[in-house]
Design a protein around this ligand. Structure first.
Ligand code: FAD
Length: 415
């Protein structure tokens, strides 16, 4: 089989590497001069910033992405965070940090019992349609729980708890129990991309960079090729790493009911938007390799300090700290100001340099489709599949969802 892959981000490269390992031919088209999309290092003053991700793999060395990388013999070492995460909560006019495992300690005993009941019940009863907040808040009317849920959803999905479907969030919680907490690939995001590139090239590739796909060719309802840089390239399947919305703009639409339904379903897909602020410091600001959740901040949802795992991600003796906040309004400058004010409060009396502020939305978002979106890896076109964070697997946070979606696509291809 020959697969044509539109987009050389993590989703496209993972799929291509899996296909190559199974003896299939692949050809990858990436419009940018480099591959890796939103998952590569960006060298700035010797700090390894990124084009997107916070260098974290949500379920570390035991999750779906790590498992897939191991199966591929990819040369990547993922080091798990310790502690998993820490929560900053108010105390006596100041703040203190508590372990994530003690997240229920600020709740009253009655609310702790209610939470236990709700969680236990969720193992047997499917949640009603509605948001994660709708799932717990009417029963446990506690502001702390809302703040915590918003910080977690903001950090890991760039969403608010009232916007994430309850079923998706419960699947995410189950995956956290199953696979554990986050980790960082030694060398950062690019280490993963470089390892996948090596596997693909060892199978013959080719990977074309600076090469945009302008059309997907459809004959009798089946994808048969692509047009890129004025050339026509034929293949047996087309795998698109650019999401349902962007992909559908690349081909002629069939006049079928199935296709009309598909277009209606696509209206519900929204990209998630966020802001990342990167700081450099002479001494550790957090001091551990887990996520510091900041539920009481105005905008910042969480912060990490990846140099506690891999010091090479900053110049010698320096530390790289990255915060993330879900975008809460269209006034991006005001949102950035609020994020910067939060950091001044969180790191009061500390010295740091703001290295870069990066905003993510629209066609370069945090996720192409918000978590819990209804569209999967298939399209109404035979032989056309969607991978990447525009079609994540259920309960998969970020790149774990990308890996689950790739796995599902390979199953659809009977591989
Ligand atoms: C601020 C931020 C923080 C994040 N933090 C984390 C994190 O810590 N952990 C985590 O797991 N995930 C994180 N993510 C999410 C993660 O980065 C993405 O989910 C993942 O990188 C998406 O990969 P992808 O392959 O789906 O898409 P992309 O990386 O966007 O790849 C798609 C590629 O297709 C190319 N392309 C588009 N159109 C065409 C065309 N017509 N022809 C050819 N090429 C085309 C693009 O240039 C791009 O390179 C974060 C994202 C952001 C933005």
């Amino acid at each position: 089989m020959k697969a044509l892959v539109v987009g050389g981000g993590l989703g496209g490269l993972l799929t291509a590497a899996r296909l190559v390992k199974e003896g299939h031919r692949v050809e990858i088209f990436e419009r940018l001069p480099v591959i890796g999309g939103r998952f590569i290092n960006l060298d700035y003053k010797g700090y390894q910033l990124t084009t997107g991700a916070l260098h974290m793999i949500p379920h570390g060395s035991k999750g779906p992405l790590a498992t897939m990388l191991r199966q591929l013999d990819a040369d990547v070492k993922i080091i798990d965070s310790s502690p998993l995460s820490v929560l900053r909560i108010p105390e006596n006019g100041g703040f203190k940090d508590i372990s994530f495992y003690d997240f229920s300690s600020p709740l009253s005993w009655v609310n702790r019992l209610k939470l236990f009941y709700l969680t236990f019940k969720s193992r047997f009863v499917k949640p009603a349609d509605g948001s994660f907040k709708d799932w717990f808040y009417p029963f446990i009317n506690d502001t702390w729980l809302v703040k915590l849920a918003d910080a977690f959803c903001g950090w890991s999905l760039s969403m608010r708890s009232e916007d994430v479907a309850a079923a998706e969030m419960l699947a995410i919680i189950n995956n956290m129990r199953r696979y554990g907490g986050p980790g960082v690939p030694a060398g950062g995001c690019s280490a993963v991309i470089n390892a996948l590139e090596k596997i693909i090239l060892s199978g013959g590739g080719p990977i074309h960079t600076g090469c945009q796909v302008d059309r997907i060719l459809i004959v009798d309802g089946r994808a048969v090729g692509v047009e890129a840089d004025g050339n026509t390239i034929l293949g047996d399947v087309v795998i698109s790493d650019i999401g349902h919305r962007e992909t559908v703009q690349l081909y002629d639409h069939p006049a079928s009911d199935t296709f009309r339904e598909y277009m209606v379903a696509m209206e519900s897909i929204r990209p998630s938007a966020g802001i990342k602020i990167c700081l450099g410091a002479d001494r550790p600001l957090i001091g551990h390799s887990g996520v510091l959740f900041t539920p009481y901040a105005r905008r910042i949802n969480g912060i990490n300090e990846v140099t506690n795992i891999d010091p090479s991600l900053a110049p010698p003796g320096k530390h790289l700290v990255m915060s993330h906040q879900a975008l809460q309004s269209d006034d991006i400058l005001a949102e950035i100001e609020l994020g910067l004010k939060d950091l001044e409060d969180i790191f009061e009396n500390e010295q740091y340099e703001v290295l870069m502020v990066q905003t993510y939305s629209d066609s370069w978002p945090v996720n192409r489709a918000e978590s819990g979106s209804n569209l999967d890896n298939t399209t109404p076109i035979i032989g056309l599949y969607i991978v990447g964070d525009g079609a994540k697997g259920k309960g998969g946070i970020e790149v774990e969802g990308v890996a689950l979606g790739v796995d599902n696509t390979l199953k659809l291809l009977n591989i």
